[in-house]
Design a protein around this ligand. Structure first.
Ligand SMILES: NC(=O)c1ccc[n+]([C@@H]2O[C@H](COP(=O)([O-])OP(=O)(O)OC[C@H]3O[C@@H](n4cnc5c(N)ncnc54)[C@H](OP(=O)(O)O)[C@@H]3O)[C@@H](O)[C@H]2O)c1
Length: 284
């Protein structure tokens, strides 16, 4: 059986849709906080189990009889809470004789990154490596699907106000990632592999503005605002301060190149070209 944590999230749902084309629904276990959110899968015969990353007692029950786990990284705004959540999941996996862990990490994960999210995910990679259970790390670059949030209302104002300097991002389609994960979950020879999962080009925000201008036939410019102005603008939208900190750390990480790596592994796992940024932007 293959279990998926975060099964009602964007990546979890998309991965299950690809898995359903490859294995029987009864071989899939969707792990969620609220089972009602995956009724569509339950109706197809997928097993649903309830667990909260904060509650170890629920987690240790949900991996029973499972051979392969897709551990989808937690959202984790507060790094210490996020690390504890990830640790709870890994400990519960270890207790249940799981044979393979596929974990969603961040591109070029390493210690002491500026982006706080990558710190948590590198920590989790270390925990998983120490279990001695064969693993596959999907070190995903920034989702293309994050672009609407990153550019805000740029299509109306013609400005992308973002403090990323000339830092580049190798945007990657979340749907492509889901398909590649489904291939790995059902394939062989992926044990103890670390895959850098990226689009095939990295774009600065100036270049992203250029793509948007071309595809939408408007003029959009990137305005490289200061961290302070970015912070003030986020707070003016009532965004909680810990989320603001996370978002500033992400912009700072982009600025110094933490999301710029480009790698061809995704296309190898898919056996085809990855989804093109221009096509995504055209549909915005
Ligand atoms: N590479 C990128 O650009 C990028 C961007 C955003 C996120 N990420 C990372 O990739 C992961 C998957 O992305 P996504 O788009 O699928 O995110 P998503 O749609 O926000 O899904 C997050 C999932 O985590 C679950 N979750 C959160 N806290 C939980 C808890 N305490 N116990 C159990 N489940 C919990 C959520 O369940 P509920 O519905 O119950 O909250 C949801 O299923 C994210 O969690 C994040 O770590 C990467």
């Amino acid at each position: 059986m293959i279990a998926i944590t975060g099964a009602n999230g964007n990546l979890g749902k998309s991965t299950i849709q690809f898995l359903l084309q490859k294995v029987a629904p009864t071989d899939i276990v969707a792990i969620v906080r609220n089972p009602e959110t995956v009724n569509e899968f339950k109706e197809k015969g997928v097993t649903t189990r309830q667990a909260d990353y904060n509650d170890y007692n629920t987690l240790k029950e949900v991996f029973k009889g499972v051979e392969t786990v897709l551990q989808i990284s937690t959202i984790g705004v507060d790094t210490e809470t996020a690390k504890q959540q990830e640790k709870n999941v890994v400990n519960a996996i270890v207790e249940n004789n799981v044979k393979h862990i596929v974990y969603t990490s961040m591109v070029q994960a390493r210690p002491n990154t500026v982006f706080q999210g990558t710190q948590t995910q590198y920590y989790t990679e270390e925990l998983i490596r120490r279990t001695n259970i064969p693993y596959t790390f999907f070190r995903n670059s920034m989702y293309m699907e994050a672009i609407p949030e990153l550019i805000g209302n740029a299509l109306q104002t013609n400005e992308i106000r973002y403090p990323s300097g000339s830092g580049k991002v190798s945007f990657v389609s979340r749907t492509d990632i889901a398909e590649a994960i489904a291939n790995v979950l059902t394939g062989n020879a992926h044990g103890n592999q670390t895959y850098e999962i990226t689009g095939n080009t990295a774009y600065s925000f100036d270049e992203l503005a250029g793509v948007i201008s071309k595809e939408k036939s408007i003029t959009v410019n990137h305005v490289d605002i200061s961290d302070e102005v970015f912070r003030e603008e986020l707070i003016s939208y009532q965004i909680p301060v810990e989320v603001v900190d996370l978002l500033v750390s992400m912009a700072n990480g982009i600025k110094i190149g933490e999301f710029s790596h480009v790698d061809s592994t995704l296309e190898k796992l898919l056996g085809r070209k990855s989804f093109d940024l221009n096509k995504y932007v055209k549909e915005l």
